[in-house]
Design a protein around this ligand. Structure first.
Ligand code: FUC
Length: 314
């Protein structure tokens, strides 16, 4: 299998490259070394029509101006840190507050905004890119120099393997994720509300009005948060559950996973026949149904709107 690189743009005189990895079934993934962003995943529907299944743009400029973390690696810490404050071994740290008074997704200059080094990997049955970055001590307020490596590998079983590897010279926080917005309808033909999601999770975390976890675990039983038998995302939009309403009609919640590496998350679109199976070694996943996607910009010719994509942030 092969990786094809090309120039995607420039930031302050530095070249940003786009890498396209194609497997023997015609499935492909494109990613760039700015933010390790996955810009496109082309996958067949039940009739073999190959179409894009993630939200992304065709130009670097659009990523710089409009992207709500489309396809990016977010960190050092994905999610929100209250007031940007945390304590480690008795020492207090202050991080930039980039969403009202809270710290979101690693701060305004987090991993999604930096240029990574990239090396293509080409083997017979898999290919991909290894991205590396050295985050200096104190970057975005976090202690310790962190050497981080992110690898995307596509194989001939239509599997994408995402690996993260980080090491620091000081005790620190590191909790990254990939922020791809999936839409299995293909080329954004429909929003994701009639996608069916099945998740092995019996607990989710309650959020407060700033979307910060309160520390309270809620059992999913008899609620619109019970995905154990599979349910349409639409049910969260329609639900009167205060937690669905709070996040702008939908989901934006961490779910605790009951098992790992056992098809614990399955997203399916009946009409196209496409299915996304996610397996992880992580204890939880944030389900975000694109409740804040309404915006004054186009996504490859489609007006950005609520619920156009769904993120499953392990
Ligand atoms: C998700 C959500 C947030 C935010 C962001 C872009 O991770 O938890 O609410 O909108 O992505």
């Amino acid at each position: 299998m092969e990786v094809n690189p090309k120039k995607f743009g420039e930031i302050n005189g530095q070249t940003v490259s786009l890498f396209t990895i194609t497997n023997d079934n015609g499935m492909s993934l494109s990613c760039m070394n700015y933010g390790c962003v996955i810009t496109e995943i082309l996958a067949p529907d039940r009739d073999g029509n190959v179409e894009n299944i993630v939200l992304g743009f065709d130009s670097l400029e659009e990523y710089l101006h409009h992207s709500p973390y489309f396809g990016a690696v977010v960190g050092r810490v994905a999610g929100r840190i209250k007031k940007g404050q945390f304590e480690l071994d008795g020492k207090g740290y202050s991080l930039p507050q980039n969403e009202n008074r809270n710290h979101l997704h690693g701060g305004p200059n987090g991993f999604n905004h930096v240029i990574w080094s990239a090396t293509a990997i080409e083997n017979r049955n898999e290919a991909g890119v290894e991205f590396t970055y050295t985050s200096p001590d104190g970057e975005e307020g976090y202690p310790g120099t962190v050497d981080i490596k992110v690898t995307y590998l596509l194989n001939n079983q239509n599997e994408l393997v995402v690996s993260y590897d980080g090491i620091s010279d000081q005790k620190t926080l590191l909790n990254v994720t990939n922020h791809s917005y999936f839409n299995l309808s293909g080329d954004l033909k429909r929003d994701v509300l009639d996608h069916t999601l099945a998740m092995k999770s019996h607990q989710f975390l309650e959020l407060d009005h700033e979307l910060l976890p309160t520390g309270q675990f809620i059992n999913v039983e008899d609620t619109s948060f019970d995905f154990r038998e599979g349910r349409k995302l639409q049910s969260g939009l329609a639900s009167s559950h205060p937690q669905n309403k709070l996040v702008g009609n939908g989901y934006d919640h961490p779910f605790m996973l009951d098992s790992n590496n056992q098809k614990e998350i399955v997203l399916a679109d009946e009409e196209s026949g496409r299915q996304l199976v996610i397996e992880t070694d992580q204890p939880s996943v944030v389900l975000y149904t694109g409740n804040q996607l309404e915006g004054d910009f186009q996504i490859r010719g489609t007006q950005s709107k609520k619920h156009l994509g769904v993120c499953l942030e392990t």
